[in-house]
Design a binder for this molecule. Sequence first.
Ligand SMILES: [Mn+2]
Length: 429
Amino acid sequence: MRHQPIDSSLFVENRDRLKGLLPPGSLAVVHANDILPTNADGALKNIPNTDLFYLTGIEQEESILLLFPDSPEPTQREILFVREPIEILEIWEGHKLTKEEATEASGITNIKWIGDFPNIFRNCMLSAEQVFLNQNEHRRAAAEVQTRDDRFVAKCKEQYPLHTYRRLAPLLHQLRAVKLEAEVELIRHACGITKGGFERLLKFVKPGVYEHEVEAELSHEFVRNRGAFAYTPIIASGKNACGLHYIQNDQICNDGDLLLLDVASNYANYNSDLTRTIPVNGKFTPRQRDVYEAVLRVMRASIANATVGKMHRDWHYEAQLMMNEELVGLGLLTKEEVAEGTRENPACRKYFMHGLGHSIGLDVHDVAPAHVPFSAGWVLTVEPGIYIPEEGFGVRLENDILITEDGPVDLMADIPVEADEIEALMAAR
Ligand SMILES: [Mn+2]
């Protein structure tokens, strides 16, 4: 792994919190992700399962966590299964975790090879009251492909049809939404790497550079600092910014255009998510600056408005009301159009058509329980935008914040965002 070791106390605490939510007699199992095939003998790189990582700190493929806290047999209460590091495997794939290393990473003392899993699992099933199995539950997940967890669910229901099966995902969502201090520190670290990338590109961007050249600068900065792109970067000059998920990044940055950058690093599987919009030539036009300032005001007010007890839908709606006013001020909407809007379809949706923010953590669009108010420990993105295809540009700004009892903490407060500051930094290049 590229990141520095994480103290296993984080994962011990995460497991303890999960055990606290499991009813008596529960057995829970979480699998690693498959390594997905591409073409011919190709495969994608291993993407750790974020639930398994959350509970164990383990990133290695094929690993399995079994929790059975009330087992009458103490050795069954917490077991981590990993691949046996036989010589032929290590020759072809490199180092695999030893039992000692798996214990060091996870804090789990009982480590078994995966070949032992079927027998041990069968024994545990004989005394389990109910079985919590994991599936990827996300309202926007497109689930065409079965995961290892999915296959395991199907196999269990076939082999043990008389057991009671329950969903682990809602419990993990509840836990993962609230970040512990050690997790916030890792997100802060990712934000710091992102900051370095943004400051570097401010010195690099000028008329005539290509969007993919900017991507290359960022990639170098992130990877040399033990990070990597947290998600496919959006580097969109001029009107490209009005395509919300533009990822081609293959166009030239022209004099007079704005460049929208939705680019951020991860670190140790924790993500940050940043958006900035800068003038390619280093100076905003008066019109660009007016739109920029409007978006910045909505971002600032929405950060302040992200308080404990707030419902996400109210938080979003309050930003939409602010945006309505800003768009009237910019001459993009009339007061009549705003008055005709409804709560479900406010007038600002013509220029600000996406959500205001999302949970972030081990997943970029992180899991969180639906329909519950914000609570202390949540980390959210705040990302208003205004997109004006008829004027050939879009502006989005995005910071990551931590919600606390004492109010929101901006984890990206030190990343330049004021228009004057951006211009000054670009002038110094
Ligand atoms: Mn985002």
